[in-house]
Design a protein around this ligand. Structure first.
Ligand code: E4P
Length: 217
């Protein structure tokens, strides 16, 4: 499973990139707002840092507007993935932009039916939002499993990009289910390294080592 980082925070991306865990980045209008940066400027910096796809989202509501914005965003760098919402107009824009050979990430997906249409419209990525489904007491991980099953059964090549990830459990379950990609905030990716038994074991080893009076360096 590939790891994308869901942020426009360049320092957070840099830290994870140095560890070699960043296969791509996703942004959205809220994350750009949170960064306080200009979309072109911050997206260009991210694209220069990371080799994989960097999603930049359109904000028009009509297909023609999304296509125009998508073409504009794609000028930022070769590794831009144009993000369009899963609306009827978003699907039309996806078809046009995909036919032009561009990478398209169809976002705000909340059902398997929506994911089927995105695959038919030529999406490179489908982004089902796990956390926001869990928030309303639906099963976000089940949606990932359903889309995986449907895409495999019918040979769709659209990659399942699990989004709106809130926990370490979401990450491991997505990997088990067979999501192609999971995009998570930096804090969730860093939390994957933690376990209370690791901390407890390390403290015990260091206490015993102290008693030996030895040094390695
Ligand atoms: C995905 O591409 C979105 O940017 C993101 O995962 C949304 O997550 P949220 O529901 O935590 O805002």
């Amino acid at each position: 499973m590939k790891f994308f980082v869901d942020t426009a925070d360049i320092e957070a991306i840099r830290e994870l990139h140095e560890l070699g865990v960043v296969d791509g980045v996703t942004t959205n209008p809220s994350l750009i707002m949170k960064s306080g940066r200009d979309i072109r400027e911050v997206t260009a910096e991210i694209c220069a840092l990371v080799d994989g796809p960097v999603s930049a989202e359109t904000v028009a509501l009509d297909a023609d507007g999304m296509v125009a914005e998508g073409r504009e965003l794609a000028k930022i760098a070769d590794n831009i993935a144009i993000k369009v919402p899963l609306t009827w107009d978003g699907l039309k824009a996806c078809k046009t932009l995909s036919d032009e050979g561009r990478t398209v990430n169809v976002t705000l997906c909340f059902s398997a039916a929506q994911a089927l249409l995105a695959a038919k419209a030529g999406a490179s990525f489908i982004s089902p939002f796990i956390g926001r489904l869990d928030d309303i007491n639906l099963d976000g991980l089940q949606l990932i499993a359903d889309i995986r099953e449907i895409y495999d059964a019918h040979g769709y090549e659209t990659e399942v990009l699990a989004a709106s990830i809130r926990s370490v459990n979401h990450m491991t379950e997505c990997a088990k289910i067979g999501a192609d990609v999971a995009t998570a905030p930096p804090a969730v990716i860093k939390a994957m390294a933690s376990h209370p038994l690791t901390d407890k074991g390390l403290a015990a080893f260091l206490a015993d080592w102290e008693k030996t009076g030895q040094k390695i360096l």
